[in-house]
Ligand binder design. Structure first.
Ligand code: SF4
Length: 247
């Protein structure tokens, strides 16, 4: 389950994270009752996916080398984001990470045009990604004795929070180690497989969720209400956020 490899720096790889098919949660996500006539078919697909899905994660400990109001340098790379700089202003160490549902399902289940089945499969992949993240954060918290571990991801929320282009810098922190969890970054900075997330987490004692700074309406992934009063904490970005709603 756990490998420690040296790619010129200390990189920890989890390539066999257990997956638990939580039927109750899946039904909640799909807003379906167990009495629904399609439930047996859903269960059949879910069990097939559960047999092959392999969530994975990777992380690297980085120490902050330089910082100013609009940027933070770690791992030899300069990351530009005022909110990132604000969020890590009291810490010397961050954890760069990538977590994924794994590529196995996409390799075996071809998209046959059945949209409903694809939606079900994507929901199970999302569940696997959440479990990979939970596993990863629990490992980091346990190893470093941390209670809170707020996180930020390039491209999450509005452009002003942390531009998606900085995915490239984030991936460069891993050398080519991300290949060991079968994750790739496209030229348009999207990650493959689709249910993959990258970012940094840090042990600063704050409650931070990017959704609080994101005014996007009706977002199904929202994890916290939009909070315009955070402008006091993030003055420059908040005024920009008001004007630049994400697509
Ligand atoms: S509200 Fe939606 S788009 Fe905005 S940061 Fe949260 S999940 Fe992302």
């Amino acid at each position: 389950m756990k490998k420690e490899t040296n790619h010129g720096s200390h990189v920890i790889i989890f390539d066999d994270i257990p997956f638990d098919l939580d039927e109750k949660k899946l039904l909640q996500e799909l807003r379906m009752e167990a009495s629904h006539p399609l439930f047996p078919e859903l269960l059949s697909v879910a069990n097939q996916v559960a047999k092959i899905i392999k969530p994975k994660a990777i992380y690297r400990v980085c120490y902050i080398e330089d910082r100013d109001e609009g940027s933070v340098t770690f791992g030899g790379q300069k990351f530009e984001s005022k909110i990132l700089s604000q969020n890590v202003k009291e810490v010397e160490r961050v954890f760069a990470y990538i977590a994924t549902c794994g590529i196995e399902v996409d390799q075996i289940f071809e998209n046959d045009g059945d949209m409903l089945k694809q939606f079900w499969i994507d929901s199970i992949k999302e569940m696997a990604l959440e479990q990979a993240l939970d596993f990863l954060f629990a490992e980091i918290k346990g190893k470093y004795g941390l209670n809170q571990l707020p996180s930020m991801s390039p491209g999450s929320g509005t452009r002003e929070v942390w531009p998606i282009e900085q995915q490239k810098l984030l991936f460069s922190l891993f050398g080519d180690a991300e290949k060991s969890i079968d994750v790739a970054l496209t030229e348009s900075f999207l990650m493959v497989p689709n249910k993959t997330i990258s970012g940094i987490c840090f042990a600063q004692g704050i409650e931070y969720i990017t959704c609080q700074l994101c005014p996007r309406e009706n977002c199904p992934g929202r994890r916290a209400p939009y909070n315009p009063y955070l402008r006091e904490q993030f003055p420059t970005e908040a005024s920009s956020l008001e004007e630049s709603k994400p697509k």
